[in-house]
Write a protein that binds this ligand. Structure first.
Ligand code: ATP
Ligand code: MG
Length: 235
């Protein structure tokens, strides 16, 4: 399952949230973490999501990434109503259409850099030889060809995050979602990772959404979205 072709044209936004609410029920208490979020993001945009700790940024990103579902409201991705999809369909769509980058890299410690990059591709239909070549090309793109056989523990934080960016691209997704991708990196290394994400947006035309606290990181994006108490400030 892939996004319908028209999702990549200028026909409509890639992402459309309409009045999305996410509520957690804890005992008697209901905790509203996202409170009526409406948002449209077009194909090819580079967006930073900012806001204080606990405001709901990661919750929003998890919904955009099909890792979580809204409690109410709708999420259309590529024109398709994700609320109508089964969990299996969502997993397939997530694997094929979305690449993830997280603050703590989440690399498999006992696998090489190349094998980490290939991992999401193992759940796709891409034949092994082609997948491996693509993994090698992506490692070259992020400047890590000499480290292809290294384990994560043999790599610096910035190198590990570059492996994670290559991994996010292995299935050629339309959408890259990054949650505090520079949160564990010094400012020079953060700049390298943001340059890399900017080039993925610019050269490959991917839609990139980065959650960050950091204004220097957010400055790489062409649009900023601010979240406060579960609400998105409308620009
Ligand atoms: N699984 C959960 N169950 C209950 N409450 C949750 C759950 N996940 C998140 N929350 C609550 O939702 C609110 C928003 O959390 P979220 O992780 O989205 O914030 P955030 O903006 O990403 O914060 P940070 O900048 O610290 O990462 C917080 O109050 C958090 O405690
Ligand atoms: Mg968060």
């Amino acid at each position: 399952m892939t996004l319908p072709r028209q999702s990549r044209s200028a026909d409509g936004p890639l992402i459309e949230l309409a009045d999305v609410t996410r509520t957690y029920v804890m005992g008697e208490a209901r905790h509203t973490v996202l409170d009526g979020v409406s948002l449209a993001i077009g194909a090819g945009e580079f967006v930073a999501v900012m806001g204080p700790s606990g405001s709901g940024k990661s919750t929003l990103l998890h919904i955009l990434g099909l890792l979580d579902r809204p409690s109410a409201g709708s999420y259309r991705l590529g024109g398709r109503d994700t609320g109508a999809l089964s969990d299996d369909d969502l997993s397939r769509l997530r694997n094929q259409a979305i690449g993830f980058v997280f603050q703590s890299f989440y690399l498999i410690p006992y696998a090489t850099a190349l094998d980490n990059v290939l991992l999401p591709g193992l759940y796709s239909d891409t034949p092994g030889g082609r997948l491996r070549r693509r993994g090698e090309e992506l490692l070259a793109k992020v400047g890590l060809t000499p480290q292809a056989g290294h384990k994560p523990s043999q790599l610096s934080g910035g190198q590990q995050q570059r492996v994670a960016v290559a991994r996010a691209l292995i299935n050629d997704p339309d959408l890259i979602l990054a949650d505090e991708p520079t949160g564990q990196l010094d400012s020079a290394t953060s700049a390298e990772i943001m340059e890399l994400l900017a080039s993925v947006n610019r050269e490959a035309g991917k839609t990139v959404i980065v959650v960050t606290h950091d204004t220097a990181t957010a400055a790489y994006a062409r649009r900023q979205i601010h979240v406060h108490d579960g609400r998105v400030d409308n620009e």
